[in-house]
Ligand binder design. Structure first.
Ligand code: MN
Length: 340
């Protein structure tokens, strides 16, 4: 439900009654939900007569660059001055699909210093207390579903058109892995049914997002599957990708997205991980997935300087790839009883 902070929902509603300068931001390395929820809200705000801009911290995958409004998205990293100008005159800043300003990566400093009223819409656990109004609900399948609810609560469900719907559908579809994750509810399906009724082309969207593989990406999948290991006593699977392997194939942004799920698709596996070496940042990027009660958000927070959701989280390691995997193996050995 709506958590009250210094603004009430009615305060937000009356704020949005007259034209405002509004910036919508999402987390660094934006995914389908980050972009989908941001552009969905953007199209709504424009319709309401506001001046709205979507600013993303850095670039996002090409398979999302068909969503209506994409061409107006400002990349902070590439266009810092332009983004800064928009933020300077903003009355309101919506922060979508993240709940701690550090998740905005290169925008952390400017967002911290920016004095515009912030409105958070997000479904990640343990939200920080930076927003004037916080709409946080960890039971939601996606921020896109929350944006739908937000528009509905504002009394504007009839304004949800194909552009808004296509953006929100993309967010819901990608964050639920095509309606499979447990947080996909009957309400989610009702919302999606409504979106299809107003003309959202679900089959086409699925194809645009998932049948957009480059040849290199499929080759990378081959390498990843070749490097897939199972630790049977701990019901754990993990994949490694070294910088050398990534370079050899010619990896692009988004190519490693979702690879971790192959580990989880093995019968009996409860915990899956992927370790991706990033020489430029000097880290090993880690994605974790689990089935059932095993909480990878906790695991990521306690051991890998990260976090996320109960069944999907991420983190990093400063150790070498080999050392990181070694530590991980030791760790899951101690967790074997919890992974039964
Ligand atoms: Mn999300």
């Amino acid at each position: 439900m709506f958590l009250m902070k210094s603004l009430t929902f009615n305060d937000v509603k009356s704020l949005l009654q007259s034209p405002k300068n509004i910036v919508v931001v999402c987390h660094v390395n934006p995914d389908g939900d980050a972009i989908g929820s941001s552009l969905g809200l953007y199209h709504y705000l424009i319709q309401k007569g506001h001046v709205a801009n979507v600013i993303v911290p850095n670039d996002y995958p090409n398979f999302l660059k068909w969503i209506p409004g994409t061409s107006s998205v400002i990349q902070f990293e590439k266009n810092t001055k332009k983004a800064q100008k928009k933020l300077d005159v903003a009355d309101l800043v919506f922060t979508l699909d993240f709940n701690a300003l550090q998740r905005s990566g290169p925008m952390q400093k400017v967002l911290t210093e920016n004095t515009a009223l912030k409105i958070m819409i997000d479904h990640h656990q343990q939200p920080d207390n930076y927003a004037a109004y916080t709409y946080s609900d960890v039971n939601m399948c996606s921020t896109a579903e929350m944006v739908y609810n937000f528009i509905d609560q504002l009394g504007d469900i009839d304004l949800i058109n194909k552009a808004i719907g296509s953006a929100l559908y993309t967010g819901i579809m990608t964050d639920t892995a095509s309606f499979r994750f447990p947080k996909t509810t009957s309400t989610t399906h009702r919302i999606v049914a409504h979106l299809i009724e107003i003309g959202v082309e679900h089959s086409e969207i699925h194809s645009k997002v998932y049948d957009a593989n480059r040849y290199e990406r499929i080759k990378l999948l081959g390498t990843a599957l070749n490097n897939l290991n199972v630790i049977a006593p701990s019901h754990t699977a993990y994949i490694t990708l070294s910088q050398k392997e990534l370079d050899k194939i010619g990896q692009q942004k988004g190519d490693t997205e979702g690879l971790v799920n192959y580990g989880l698709s093995i019968k009996g596996v409860k915990l899956a991980a992927i370790f991706i070496e990033n020489k430029e940042e000097g880290i090993i990027k880690i994605s974790l997935r689990s089935k059932g009660d095993f909480d990878v958000n906790l695991l990521a927070r306690e051991h890998f300087s990260g976090g996320g959701h109960k069944n999907a989280a991420g983190g990093k390691s400063m150790l070498s790839l080999e050392k990181t995997v070694e530590e991980f193996k030791k760790l899951v050995k101690t967790l074997a009883s919890k992974l039964k």
